[in-house]
Design a protein. Structure first.
Length: 433
């Protein structure tokens, strides 16, 4: 093994792990040929490491408490890695790993004992932004515990079965169109349906937290933020990566499962009261379920696919797969070669489904955008014209906002993939010249 020597001048102390890190262990159900090892930083973020770097951190943690006696810590870590791997490591190798690999990730100090600057925050493609924690971790833990029992297999089977039976009865016997018409004619009923839709979204997030607690890991804070341009709720379930593949998928589906239970509760209220706006609220919950199961954006469906194949960030593989499939280029970075065979196939199918789907949506949006904007303008004008009370005015502005946000969100969601496709095509044309 040959690594560049790290500069050793200005040494002020021995290296050590950053206070508060936790060695979690192997990422179960991984889709990589070499399963990564997980280390939890003090800020709660899980970092995936190759086995060699994980062994270095583990050895450093073991020897860091005794840095004042005997050989330097780097020498002892080098001896450990040499013994565990069968390859020869020197202090210079360990110093390089510390200074250029581990310290930038916020896991260790540098080789001279100095603290590195905080690691730069990553900016994942189509990520959730502007988060504001509303419920701290200890309250999420408490509330999740109130509902974790709902994930017992018998209750899941009964709940899903009752939901499907209720949906079949609803769509075959009830007039949802008439219920929708009655709601749209009343500002108060519009606000009621919006309130129930928001409550369903909040209950959805509680489902993720309860699934984590049922699996034995601690959910993080719950709050709200902006996804693209839509206001949205979130629950920090980073700790679900400590679970097996089945446990992670249960956490992914926990939100949709709680949506189903919420809809089942609304259906029961409707069966008792006959209050038609509840049908519209159930319709909104159904739309939320369908949206969450889509695997295109970072909804629950995306994370279900990611956890099925054991690859946390699917968007990372769009460019390598398109370069290989469309441009015939080799995987120079080795990203695809690092995956097992069947995850490679699944990810390739996902990418080849995602790109034309987003392209088709972008094309339809561009073709229909003028008509949609014109229709929304007249709809907004009609809403404001008939808003003769404060309640009506509030309902009108909420509806205008709901009309405008999908258009803006679609532009932001599809604009970057569309630009990547155009740029790749342009580079291909340039290469032909």
């Amino acid at each position: 093994m040959s690594l560049p020597s790290a500069p050793r001048t200005g040494r002020t102390g021995e290296p050590a792990p950053v206070a508060g890190i936790e060695l979690v262990g192997e990422f179960e159900g991984s889709g990589y040929r070499e399963p990564p090892q997980l280390v939890c930083r003090p800020d709660g973020q899980l970092v995936r490491l190759p086995t060699l770097l994980y062994q270095a951190v583990r050895s450093l943690e073991r020897h860091g408490a005794h840095s004042g006696a005997g050989d330097p810590v780097t020498a002892r870590v080098a001896a450990d890695l040499s013994r565990e791997t069968g390859r020869r490591f020197t202090e210079a190798h360990i110093a390089y790993l510390l200074d250029h690999k581990l310290a930038p990730l916020g896991l260790t100090t540098r080789a001279d004992g100095s603290l590195p600057p905080p690691p730069a925050k990553t900016d994942p493609f189509l990520a959730f932004r502007f988060r504001l924690a509303v419920l701290p971790e200890h309250l999420t833990w408490f509330l999740s515990g109130l509902f974790a029992w709902l994930f017992r297999p018998v209750l899941v089977f009964l709940g899903v079965g009752a939901f499907l039976a209720g949906e079949a009865w609803l769509w075959t016997t009830q007039d949802t169109a008439a219920a929708l018409g009655s709601v749209l004619s009343s500002p108060g009923l519009i606000l009621l349906v919006i309130f129930l839709a928001v409550a369903s979204c909040a209950f959805h997030e509680l489902g993720h937290g309860a699934a984590c607690r049922y699996g034995g890991v601690r959910p993080g804070a719950m709050g709200c933020g902006i996804y693209l341009v839509w206001p949205a709720f979130y629950t920090d379930i980073t700790n679900s990566y400590r679970l097996s593949r089945a446990g992670r998928i249960r956490a992914d589906l926990g939100g949709v499962y709680f949506n189903a239970l919420f809809a089942l509760g609304l259906l029961g209220c409707y069966a008792l009261t006959g209050f038609q706006p509840l049908l519209v609220a159930i319709l909104s919950v159904n739309l939320e379920i369908v949206q969450q199961l889509l695997p295109t954006l970072r909804f629950d469906g995306y994370y279900i696919v990611a956890d099925l194949v054991g690859i946390p960030d699917l968007f990372r593989y769009i460019a390598p797969i398109l370069r290989r499939v469309l441009l015939g280029r080799r995987d120079e970075e080795g990203l695809l070669r690092a995956l097992k065979r069947w995850p490679q196939i699944v990810v390739a199918c996902w990418v080849l489904f995602l790109v034309p789907t987003l392209g088709l949506q972008l094309g339809l949006m561009l073709v229909n955008l003028p008509q949609l904007l014109w229709a929304d303008w007249w709809r907004a004008d009609a809403l404001l014209a008939h808003a003769h009370s404060v309640l009506g005015l509030v309902a009108a502005w909420l509806q205008i906002l709901l009309l405008a946000l999908p258009l803006v969100g679609l532009v932001l969601a599809l604009g970057r993939p569309g630009w990547l496709l155009v740029r790749a095509g342009w580079r291909r044309v340039q290469s032909w010249r």
